[in-house]
Design a binder for this molecule. Structure first.
Ligand SMILES: [Zn+2]
Length: 84
């Protein structure tokens, strides 16, 4: 299964073409759900990659990203230990 299929299974719907899956630990072969983060678009994805560290990108992305964040994403982020 590709990382996109795994995420689709997890959230119970098809991914939109604009949505991007980020591999949290940087290993693109590690497709465990806890290593996958659903970005709503490429902008959020590059925000993750260009952030100096996790806190910073969460901070800088918070307004943009989390305005429309689904409950699922919040829950999955909390499970991964992120708090906001
Ligand atoms: Zn990425």
């Amino acid at each position: 299964m590709s990382h996109r299929q795994i995420m689709e299974k997890e959230i119970g719907r098809s991914l939109k073409p604009s949505e991007v899956i980020h591999h949290i630990n940087g290993n693109h072969r590690d497709n465990r759900i806890k290593n996958l983060y659903l970005c709503k678009d490429g902008q959020e994805h590059s925000c993750i990659h260009h952030g100096k560290d996790l806190d910073k990108w969460l901070d800088s992305c918070r307004k943009e990203t989390f305005r429309n964040t689904s409950l699922f994403l919040r829950k999955s982020l909390r499970k991964k230990g992120f708090h906001f």
